[in-house]
Write a protein of this length. Sequence first.
Length: 535
Amino acid sequence: MSEEINKNDSTLNISLKDYKVKPLFQKKNSDIIVAVLLVLLSILGVSALFWHELSLGFTIVFDVALILISSFILKKGVKPGFLFFACGILSLICSGSFFITSNPIIKFITLLVIGVSSIIWLSSISGKEYKSGDYNLIIFFFTAIYRALSNISGIFKSLFSKNDSKSKTASNILIGIVCAIPAVLIVVPILSNADFAFGSLVSRIFDDYFTLIQKIILGLGVSVVAISLTFSFKYDDKAYSYRELSVKVNNTTASAFLCVLSSVYLIYLFSQLAYFFSAFSSILPKDYKFTYAEYARRGFFELCIIAVINLIVIYAIILLSEKNNGKLAISAKIPSIFIILFTFIIIATAFSKMIMYINAYGCTVLRIGTSAFMAWIAILFVCILIRIFSMRFDFLKTGLVFALIITAVLGLGNINAFIADYNYNAYIDGKIKMDVKYMADIGDEGIPYLYKLTKVRDEKIAEQANEELSYKYYNYYDFEETNIEDINSYKKFEKLQKSKEGISSFSIPLSKAYKTLEKYAKEEDGIVLVQAEEY
């Protein structure tokens, strides 16, 4: 019957005849065990992702899942290259950002980058052939995704096939577990009502019954993709197909295009030379009508437009132009190098503008983030410059590795803590004005510095810091069942339940924030209340 399904279903890349479920509970044959573990990890991962704000819980789940899948699919004799290996190691390192910083933007970027790099790493250790070249990494990545999605039906049919008694036993075990879930969901609440101790235990594990069902359903959906991806890497031995680009651009056409663009940039440099380099001396041009902020943003806008255009143009020329013995023609190489050097000048100028802006107004997430982006763009142009002289150089793979490195620096270095510390010290030194509201809005990392600001000589700043701290109490602790008149007691405060606690929600900034709040409350013998009636 299974063979007939394969003959009629041309979408399956894995033959059920060749793809056999291994015996259960044997060290070398752990298909079912891995599948069950992936289901559990998917449910825990979904919970950590959507219900616990990407903290320590997600880091643990991601690292365990990546190590589990890697050890499961790794084929003997496979030695991934250095850049592939870097993708795997940096994915594990970057995941530490989830419990080190509270910045949601950094967490989202980290999640996106480690997702891409993990798939590339897993694909490389599964024995799939990778041909270094211009766009083969893109094919490598999307082929892995396509195989995983297209193999879902074949893998699950194979996973639950009944070709032998052990496979049948494993299948029946899984069916029994799934069928037991509804019964457990009915029995557990009844036992919780019957016994207080058991009820307290269950309430700690499962805060909300409906939320638990949501986590299980969503986790099961994610596990389908996770299992399919893992088993595709393990058993789909079909070689990846690579096709060379058939479209070619004549060298004369490419050279003429680059020369025209280079001429425009050269004229621009000469006509704007005095203005262009004024940012390096931290002096605005005379009669310049824009503010520091507009001046810096204008520089970044120039960077984005020009750098992206230049990057696309140079890379397209490398991919599409005719080659002489596999090398870029000299007539296209020279103007390409000039455009790259021109872009370096643009990036350097934009950097200087941003430094001037930060010195005048302090750090923000946007300012540090755009600076990091500019640094990555500069690295990409260094890579594409190398690519011009060495056609074997993997531009995209190297760019991805540096994206991982920059993401790790921003996450593990805790961009929020850096910003809070810089702004506080710059304010104490009299270099900038303090924005207390921004310090409060920056997240968990801002709370220790709000505490410090309550002790500064400027009464207005101290009062604002006290107000922001009082608001933080109501966000970080559960006051719903507390009489508003009794809140201003430290003893009562000690008994309050934290709004975020447990290993899944743990993060270093959150832990420091709670310690600071408790320290401040103890010193003041209670919480400073501002417009308490609103709560």
